[in-house]
Design a protein around this ligand. Structure first.
Ligand code: SF4
Length: 445
C-alpha cells in the first residue's frame, strides 16, 4: 500500500470496533504532521495557544531543522472534526514533521483543514490562547514556561526539573530527548527554567486559578527527570513532594495532584501521599525484560526491572490500586536494534504486562512513541512503529480492561470518542463513554 490513505482505511475496515478517530490520531502521533506557515501561531501575542515543549520535544526534527515552525511555534494541540470520516471531536497533541503525508493548511475558503495525501480529511480547531497565558509572573516569566496546560486545558503540566540525572548513552532511556530538549531550547535562546522555584510555580498557579474562569483545569502533574542523587539538596521524593505540599497548602483540593517519578521504595511513596499527591505514575516504559535492560539502562542499573515492578505493586497499598497508573511508551517494543519484528509478538509481550498489572487492579496507560531524531531509537527508527501495532494495542488494552473489570482511570477527563481530552495517545478515545468517570476524584485511602 503506497498511499497513507489506503493504510488507514484498511485498518479502519479491519478493526471496525476501534474508533476511526483513534486510527487517525495514532497515525498523527506516531508520524507527525506538517504545517503550512499560515497555520503557525503568533507566539505569546497571538490568538492561538502555542506549543509549550512541556517536557520532551515531541517533534520529528530538531528545532533548527523545523524552519518557520521553529520561529513561529505550532499550536499545542489541534481538534479534528467532520470530514469524509465524519470524525467526532478528537484532541491531538502536535508533533511536527515537515515530511509527513499529513498537513494542516487552509482550504480555498481560509478554513483550517487536515489534509492527507492532498485530500482534506477533517476540519481543524486550533486552541484559543487561554486568558492565563496573557499574564506574566512578577519576574517577567510566562505562565506557559512555568505552568503550561495541555489536554485542552485539563492538565497543568509542571515539569519542575527539566533535565534527567540519567545522563549520556549508558544511562538515558534510549527513546528520551529530555536532556537534548533542554539543550536545544537553551541554544535557541528560549526561556527554559532547569529547576522551577516553588514560589514561581505557586505564582503561575495563582494566575491560572484566577483566570481559568471556565474551570477547565482539573489536575496537575509534577514531573521531570529522574533524581539519582539530589536536587536542591533533596532526594527525589522530597524534591517533587515539596511542590505538592506547597500547592496543597495554598490551593487545598483545587486540582487532582499527580506525580510522575521513579518507582521508589515504599517509605518514599508514602511521603508523596502525605504531601498531598493522589495519583502516582511510576512509569515502567516497556514490559519485555530484555528490552527494558537495553532501552532503559539507567533504570535497570539503579533499580532493576523486577524491583521496579515490585515497587509498583507496593505503591498500590498506599495510593490504592486505582490511583497507581504507570506509563509505558507504546511502540518502542518494535524499535530496532532489539525490538520485536513481528507485530503480534510485540502485542503479546505488551499484553502480558497489561494483564500482570490489570489483574492486580492497576491500570497502566501509554503515550504513543514519537521517534525524536536526537535519540538513539529515533535515529535508527525514524518511522516509529507500524500503525497496525498501535491499533492492535488499543484493541488488546480495552479487551484486557474488560476481562479484568477495570474502569477508565481517574484524573484523565472523560473517556470515549468525541469526549476524550488526553492528547498523547488515543487510549481514552477508545474506551466507552462514561460521564461519571470524568468527574471522579481519586478516593483517599
Ligand atoms: S528516566 Fe528515562 S524517560 Fe525519564 S526523563 Fe530520564 S531518561 Fe527520560
Amino acid at each position: 500500500m503506497d498511499r497513507r490513505t489506503d493504510v488507514i482505511e484498511d485498518l479502519m475496515a479491519r478493526f471496525p470496533h476501534i474508533p476511526k478517530e483513534a486510527v487517525i490520531k495514532e497515525d498523527l502521533l506516531r508520524g507527525g504532521v506538517a504545517f503550512d506557515g499560515s497555520m503557525l501561531t503568533d507566539g505569546d501575542e497571538g490568538e492561538v495557544k502555542p506549543k509549550s515543549y512541556f517536557i520532551f520535544s515531541f517533534d520529528h526534527r530538531t528545532l533548527p531543522e523545523l524552519g518557520e515552525a521553529a520561529l513561529r511555534r505550532p499550536p499545542e494541540e489541534i481538534i479534528l472534526t467532520g470530514g469524509p470520516y465524519d470524525l467526532r471531536r478528537t484532541v491531538v497533541s502536535v508533533r511536527v514533521n515537515p515530511a509527513s503525508p499529513y498537513k494542516i493548511a487552509a482550504d480555498e475558503e481560509g478554513r483550517a483543514k487536515l489534509f492527507l495525501d492532498g485530500r482534506a480529511i477533517s476540519d481543524v480547531g486550533l486552541p484559543p490562547m487561554p486568558d492565563y497565558y496573557r499574564h506574566t509572573l512578577r519576574n517577567g516569566k510566562s505562565v506557559m514556561e512555568v505552568a503550561p496546560t495541555i489536554q485542552w486545558g485539563y492538565l497543568i503540566y509542571l515539569t519542575v526539573f527539566r533535565v534527567c540525572q540519567y545522563f549520556g548513552a549508558k544511562e538515558e532511556c534510549q527513546y528520551c530527548d529530555i536532556n537534548h530538549n533542554w539543550r536545544q531550547h537553551k541554544a535557541a535562546g528560549r526561556p527554559y527554567t532547569g529547576v522551577k522555584p516553588v514560589q514561581e510555580v505557586l505564582e503561575a498557579l495563582d494566575i491560572i486559578d484566577k483566570y481559568d474562569t471556565l474551570g477547565a483545569s482539573k489536575a496537575y502533574t509534577l514531573t521531570g527527570g529522574s533524581v539519582t542523587s539530589k536536587v536542591d539538596g533533596l532526594a527525589e521524593a522530597d524534591f517533587y513532594g515539596r511542590y505538592a505540599k506547597a500547592i496543597e497548602e495554598r490551593f487545598p483540593g483545587r486540582w487532582i495532584g499527580k506525580v510522575v517519578a521513579q518507582a521508589l521504595p515504599k517509605a518514599d511513596v508514602q511521603r508523596f501521599y502525605d504531601y498531598g499527591v493522589r495519583i502516582y505514575h511510576p512509569n515502567y516504559e516497556v514490559w519485555d525484560k530484555r528490552l527494558f535492560e537495553l532501552y532503559c539502562p539507567g533504570k535497570e542499573r539503579y533499580v532493576g526491572r523486577e524491583e521496579w515492578h515490585r515497587r509498583i505493586l507496593d505503591s498500590a497499598e498506599i495510593f490504592g490500586p486505582r490511583n497507581v497508573i504507570p506509563n509505558f511508551v507504546a511502540g518502542i517494543e518494535m524499535a530496532a536494534p532489539g525490538g520485536f519484528r513481528d507485530v503480534e509478538q510485540a502485542i503479546d509481550s505488551t499484553g502480558e504486562g497489561l494483564q500482570y498489572f490489570m489483574s492486580r487492579g492497576i491500570l497502566p496507560r501509554f503515550t504513543t512513541w514519537c521517534p525524536e531524531p536526537t535519540t538513539p531509537l529515533g535515529q535508527m527508527n525514524p518511522e516509529g512503529a507500524p500503525l497496525e501495532y498501535h491499533i492492535r494495542l488499543l484493541d488488546r488494552y480495552r479487551a484486557t480492561m474488560d476481562a479484568n473489570g477495570i474502569l477508565p482511570p481517574p484524573g484523565y477527563g472523560p473517556p470515549g470518542a468525541g469526549n476524550a481530552v488526553f492528547s498523547v495517545s488515543s487510549f481514552m478515545d477508545t474506551l466507552p463513554a462514561d460521564t461519571a468517570i470524568a468527574e471522579e476524584t481519586p478516593a483517599t485511602v
